[in-house]
Design a protein around this ligand. Structure first.
Ligand code: DC
Length: 218
């Protein structure tokens, strides 16, 4: 039914930049399929923790990645148990291991090439490593204070106790780990459109992104 390869939209950006919400809204608007690639790293960390393995130990992280690869299902990205603080920390540890990234690369590549109209993939290295030939590349950024404020509000809205200063501190630590690592650091691809969303509403970011995508799909 689908003769052409899927239209690929790569969305990268740091923690709490709003790229997840944006990516799923774009997929919905265009009828495309959506992959949250952070869920894969979270899945590896969760698998490790469930099996009594230590995500901070390279060999054990690789073992967990093999297990995840064997049992992977896209619905993992909807599992709330991969969003805990403990799993988030483990995810940023396993994400720094090249062999783990290689194992997850295959899952991501399969997704980006399977027959369908289009895919939206969101993460840290989609435009640079996973889909360097993506049709549209967006890099979603915002100041750390704005990102911390958004995360704070999200938690408050869900009635989860939260401390702004603590969130900001954790965000700096995670940014440092994700951007400072030598393997696949978070950075925009040379041909990515960078959207600094610090002063934009979520709706404005969505409209601007759809405008950019429509121009490329003409
Ligand atoms: O986007 P997230 O917070 O769910 O990502 C979880 C961790 O995985 C985070 O430390 C960054 C890392 N990650 C990555 O290294 N590469 C990706 N493509 C996606 C996420």
């Amino acid at each position: 039914m689908f003769q052409k390869p899927p239209f690929i939209i790569a969305i990268d950006g740091p923690t709490a930049s709003g790229k997840g919400t944006l990516a799923s809204k774009i997929a919905q608007a265009l009828g495309f399929e959506y992959m949250d690639t952070g869920a894969l790293y979270r899945g590896v960390a969760k698998t490790a923790l469930d099996q009594g393995l230590d995500p901070a130990q390279e060999k054990e992280a690789v073992q967990a990645a093999h297990l995840l690869h064997k049992n992977y299902d896209l619905s993992l990205q909807n599992d709330p148990t991969i969003r805990t603080e403990r799993v988030s920390k483990g995810a940023s540890e396993v994400a720094a291991v090249q062999e783990v990234r290689d194992i997850l690369f295959m899952l991501q590549q399969d997704f980006s090439t399977h027959p369908c109209a289009g895919v939206v993939m969101e993460g840290r290295d989609i435009g640079t490593v996973i889909c360097p030939n993506a049709d549209v590349k967006l890099f979603i950024d915002a100041s750390s204070e704005v990102r911390a404020q958004r995360r704070f509000k999200q938690l408050k809205d869900k009635k989860i106790p939260a401390d702004y200063e603590d969130i900001l501190k954790q965000l700096h630590i995670r940014d440092g780990r994700d951007s400072g690592r030598s393997i696949a650091p978070t950075r925009p691809a040379e041909d990515a459109v960078i959207l600094n969303t610090s002063t934009m509403t979520a709706q404005e970011v969505l409209e601007r992104s759809l405008e950019i995508i429509r121009r490329k799909r003409l």
